[in-house]
Design a protein around this ligand. Structure first.
Ligand SMILES: [Zn+2]
Length: 73
C-alpha cells in the first residue's frame, strides 16, 4: 500500500561477512537489495573500472540510506 506498493520484494535482514548489516543512520536492520552496473564512463573517469561489473547496494527500508558493496557475498 502507499508509496512502496511497487517494491517487488520485502526488505530483509542482510549479513556481510557473518555480521548483520545495520544502517549507520537510523540503526534499522532491514534493507532492499539492488544490483547496480558499474562499467560506466563515470566509473572509468574515477579509475574504478577495475570493478567492471556490478555492485550490490542495500537500501535502508526506513531512511533510504544506501550501503554499497563491490563484491558479492
Ligand atoms: Zn536507515
Amino acid at each position: 500500500m502507499g508509496l512502496f506498493s511497487k517494491e517487488p520484494k520485502r526488505p530483509e535482514n542482510i549479513f556481510i561477512k557473518g555480521k548483520q548489516l545495520r544502517c549507520r543512520i537510523c540503526d534499522n536492520t532491514t534493507f532492499y537489495s539492488r544490483q547496480a552496473q558499474l562499467n560506466t564512463p563515470i566509473m572509468s573517469l574515477l579509475d574504478l573500472d577495475w570493478t567492471n561489473k556490478s555492485a550490490t547496494c542495500y537500501v535502508c527500508s526506513k531512511c533510504t540510506h544506501i550501503e554499497w558493496f563491490l563484491e558479492k557475498n
